[in-house]
Design a protein. Structure first.
Length: 210
């Protein structure tokens, strides 16, 4: 039996469940349960908050997980990635108030930037040679400039309408992300075999979708 952790409720949940079903794996899903067993494959599915998934897979509490690369890299475990899945595509971007004078990333020197991704943003700014004060907040990052908490923000963008609605302008792409399958790095031979079977089916599903 191999254990796969997926997001309990959020943007990754439905696509993760659909992918498992399209792999020909059947299971009963109930909104109240925190885990379920497949009926035709030796798989147990755990339903967790996405932020907890990389650490659980790293520690072996779960063998496998489905999570966004943004969360995986921010958590510090990029090496766990084994397969890109092609859904939940988004980007982590820097944005400034619409009317702000901005010519390039150097203009952020000495500025206050609100984000939920201090690791990824910190590395990006260091690479650009820019020193800024990062303020880590866990949600509603987009309102930070309008309440005077920050000069700029760095947050996940997909359509861009949230930025627009908050009077912000996207100025730099810091990181591109999609959902990925991750795996513990010390799987037993039996679990490695099950992972290989799952990856084979996931690749077939992706080819069929194209
Ligand atoms: O409760 P839990 O901790 O499990 O969930 P969560 O609230 O942390 O995550 P969730 O469900 O919002 O997102 C899960 C993953 O989906 C993210 O980690 C990304 O990998 C991916 N994803 C894809 C997105 C978006 N698109 C997205 N648009 N995650 C967040 N957003 C948010 C963004 O933060 C911003 O507030 O949507 C807003 C912007 O959207 P647009 O379309 O207006 O640009
Ligand atoms: Zn989360």
């Amino acid at each position: 039996m191999i254990r796969l952790a997926i997001q309990k409720s959020g943007r990754l949940s439905e696509d993760s469940l659909n992918l498992i079903r399209e792999c020909g794996i059947s299971f009963l899903s109930s909104t109240y349960k925190l885990k379920t067993e497949a009926t035709n494959f030796p798989l147990e599915i755990l339903f967790l908050r996405d932020d907890d998934i990389p650490g659980y897979v790293q520690d072996g509490v779960a063998d496998l997980g489905i999570v966004g690369q943004n969360v995986l890299v921010e958590a510090g475990y990029p090496a766990l990635e084994v397969e890109t899945l092609g859904f939940s595509k988004c980007r982590l971007s820097l944005a400034v108030p619409r009317g702000a004078d901005y010519k390039g990333v150097g203009d952020l020197e000495g500025k206050n930037i609100a984000t939920s991704y201090p690791e990824i943003l910190g590395r990006y700014l260091a690479g650009e040679g820019v020193k800024a004060q990062l303020h880590t907040i866990s949600g509603s990052v987009e309102i930070a400039p309008s309440i005077g908490l920050a000069d700029a923000i760095c947050d996940i963008v997909s359509s861009g309408s949230t930025l627009l609605g908050n009077g912000l302008r996207e100025v730099e792409t810091v990181f591109r992300s999609e959902a990925v399958l991750i795996a513990n790095q010390q799987l037993s031979a039996e679990k490695q075999e099950l992972l290989d079977q799952l990856r084979f089916r996931m690749q077939a599903v992706r080819r069929a979708r194209r």
